[in-house]
Design a protein around this ligand. Sequence first.
Ligand code: DX5
Ligand code: ZN
Length: 226
Amino acid sequence: MSFPLPFGKAVIAPSVLSADFSDLKSSLAPINDGAGWIHFDVMDGAFVPNISFGPLLIPAVKKCSPLCIDAHLMINKPADYAEPFAKAGADLITVHAEAESPIKAIDKIHSLGILAGVSVKPCTPAEKIIPFLDKADLILVMTVEPGFGGQKFMAGMLPKISEIRRMIDKTGRKIWLQADGGINEHTAIDAAAAGADSLVMGSALFKNSNPAALIEKIRQDLNNLQ
Ligand code: DX5
Ligand code: ZN
């Protein structure tokens, strides 16, 4: 399955960081039908004050889901790790604009034949993504401080999402605009109304007793938004 292109409807990208690692198959099964793809949060303990997991986990996730994987690298040296994540099966790799040599990292990711995204932290202004508009396939707006799941959505990021939506639309290129952090059934609608078309959901989804029903409800609410 190849990574989907933006097609005007917002999709949900469950963050595997909040999945049940003691039973990944059962944890991912309910989301496989309704989600757009899976979000894979990589943390190096240096760029962010937390360590999560590396490329080794990607084949395990792929055994539990047919969905594509977007690897969100919250790491200092993304160019050094593009290849292992691509080889492990990532379909899109997102690097931080605040990390080392992000343009070099994106070129490296593209040279490996997969899609590339760029992410900006809450304190990074929208204009910082201008150098990436001609090459990024996805722009990730952090709506929490990177490093942990389960944080509160930063509504102050909504104007930044709208500003980047306008910047993307001006390019005429197909670029996903992803909101990441604190997304639940309410903030998903706020983020989509502001212009996001990919909504990363971790704790609000995997802590819910019926993730499949929650995804279905949000998809209906998103359709009503259009
Ligand atoms: C935070 C990660 C997010 C996070 C989302 O650094 O980039 O993807 O896991 O989890 P929730 O939805 O719980 O905020
Ligand atoms: Zn993320």
